[in-house]
Ligand binder design. Structure first.
Ligand code: AMP
Length: 305
């Protein structure tokens, strides 16, 4: 089974308190697609300019990501630059150049429309809906979003939420979307807007998963050194979606989603160990299993007397 991933593909300049690197492979779809590719095949939909370095395309290719939906058009690739503050939990956007991404219309190749699992990574909610308009009958649709869309395109986002099975967002965005300070109330409120499942990410404090009368809290893998948190959320979403697709169950249940959330957290924990997607290049299935089991053991209560 495949996952269709649509989102931004770009070149990032990232500054942390200890280092700065320019023109790195970035974008929500890049992180999500590579992460999902550890579990299942991926159909990537995105846009880049003619300046997009060929080695990045080759990297996607090496991960067996299908690139029929990658538009390479005249002009410059989307560029984003961000700076992390001392605790690496907060960041400021230094600059953003939409370039060819500004007029992106995600048009699906004919053979993508039947893809069963869909990850709508972070792009404008109207474009996310446009992708769904072209799909026949996906089995499970996951959407990611960001504060920008809650601010400037809330109606589009609310319309999208009625069409997705799961929404992934961070704690600040959940509060912003619902006006609720309690994340438990926020998770419940978001479910009322449409998605059957909601995952609220809390950065280094893990993630909360909400279903109908069901709740799961997943800790983040405890890391001593984080080099670049960029794309952690997209990597989480990609790992989660890829794992679900690898199971090919007729119906996604809360139980399978719990496991998918742990896999997503594991992938994200590896990704932040290096800038851009560098850690993904050497990551193995054995590494993923090892950290999955460690995370599971760390949250197991065992016998209580
Ligand atoms: P995250 O750290 O999960 O917020 O994702 C960071 C990635 O999002 C970077 O690689 C950026 O290239 C990309 N990005 C930043 N702003 C936007 C935007 N407005 N739309 C789509 N992608 C963006």
């Amino acid at each position: 089974m495949s996952v269709l991933v649509v989102g931004s593909i770009g070149l990032d300049t990232v500054k942390t308190p200890v280092a700065e690197h320019a023109d790195l492979l970035g974008g929500s779809a890049s992180y999500a697609a590579v992460s999902a590719s550890f579990f299942s095949s991926v159909n990537l939909v995105g846009i880049v300019g003619e300046d997009f370095p060929k080695p990045h395309v080759d990297f996607f290719d090496s991960r067996k990501i299908d690139l029929c939906g990658l538009q390479i058009v005249p002009g410059k690739t989307f560029r984003w630059s961000g700076e992390y503050h001392t605790d690496l939990n907060t960041r400021s956007t230094r600059s953003i150049e939409f370039n060819v991404f500004e007029h992106f219309t995600p048009t699906l190749p004919a053979n993508y429309s039947g893809t069963q699992y869909v990850l709508l990574a972070n792009i404008a909610p109207s474009l996310q809906s446009h992708v769904l308009d072209q799909m026949t009958q996906p089995r499970f649709v996951i959407a990611d979003t960001m504060d920008l869309w809650i601010n400037i395109a809330k109606d589009d986002l609310l319309a999208l939420l009625k069409r997705v099975d799961m929404l992934i967002l961070n704690d600040g965005e959940a509060r912003q979307l619902t006006g609720e300070n309690s994340l438990i109330k926020a998770g419940k409120e978001i479910r009322k807007l449409g998605p059957k499942y909601v995952a609220i990410k809390k950065g280094e404090h893990g993630c909360l998963l909400f279903g109908e009368n069901e709740f799961f809290s997943c800790g983040a893998f405890p890391l001593e050194d984080i080099h670049d948190p960029t794309g952690a959320g997209d990597t989480f979403a990609g790992g989660l979606a890829g794992y679900l697709a690898s199971l090919n169950h007729t119906e996604v249940t809360f139980q399978t989603l719990r496991k998918a959330v742990v896999y997503g957290s594991v992938l994200a924990s590896y990704n932040v160990e290096a800038f851009s997607l560098e850690r993904m290049r050497s990551l193995t299935a054995a590494d993923i299993e090892h950290r999955f089991n460690t995370l599971l053991a760390a949250s197991h209560f065992g016998e209580t007397h």
